[in-house]
Design a protein around this ligand. Sequence first.
Ligand SMILES: NC(=O)c1ccc[n+]([C@@H]2O[C@H](COP(=O)([O-])OP(=O)(O)OC[C@H]3O[C@@H](n4cnc5c(N)ncnc54)[C@H](OP(=O)(O)O)[C@@H]3O)[C@@H](O)[C@H]2O)c1
Length: 231
Amino acid sequence: MKNILLIGGSTGIGFQIAELLNKNNKIIVASRSKGDLDTDQVTHLEFDVLKDDISKLDLPDQLDGLVYCPGSIDLKPFKMIKPESFEKEMQLNFFGLVRSVQGLLDKLKKSDQASLVFFSTVAVKVGMPFHTNVAAAKGAIEGFAKSLAAEYAPGFRVNVIAPSLTDTPLAEKLLSNDDKRERMNNRHPLKRVGEAKDIANLAAFLLSDNSSWITGQVLGVDGGLSTINSN
Ligand SMILES: NC(=O)c1ccc[n+]([C@@H]2O[C@H](COP(=O)([O-])OP(=O)(O)OC[C@H]3O[C@@H](n4cnc5c(N)ncnc54)[C@H](OP(=O)(O)O)[C@@H]3O)[C@@H](O)[C@H]2O)c1
């Protein structure tokens, strides 16, 4: 049984990861709210990555898995984005992640081989209008993850999942009516947007020993959007 910490996991992709893994692992979710989590199956710790100190959380001595879920989708034309907004995005997506990994290093080192899973976006590989803010913050995660993977191999495996639009509370505004949903479905070669489970399945694999020879990768789960032109 592995000890796996999900930072974020009360909703969306993290919630699905907890659902997939809670039978055979000890899952701890650290987030601001517990959402729909079944706290008989999963331990929930109240935690705000922007305010709280992760070393104060009541965590096991050893962590075998870490997933960092907090993120945002704030799409705007570049000229309308204030510098403070870039800073805000970096704080949530990137600096929160850096502080978390640093605060957990000793616990991760106690595992035979800890698996760390972070989230990017398809918009890092494929330039898209109105994505400058989120793509910059997620691009930082990709570079950070590869360096971290190199520095801590073979002790840690570090991989990044880069989803395209996935139906979670985070994406609510982009899928708020039938027209928008149809347009978004049609943008993808596989003709649908993602479900949280599409992404969670890969995260669960990366957290398991079945992926023990995979590290330093950015893996697209995007309905083909980043690699195929099917028109
Ligand atoms: N959904 C998409 O279309 C999509 C596309 C590309 C990339 N992604 C990336 O995939 C990741 C997961 O996204 P998702 O769609 O599952 O999002 P989500 O449904 O909004 O879930 C985010 C999770 O992070 C937690 N969280 C947010 N702010 C936090 C904070 N300050 N401190 C602690 N926890 C916090 C939330 O819990 P609380 O609110 O309870 O704190 C929630 O459990 C994100 O990094 C996102 O950028 C998503």
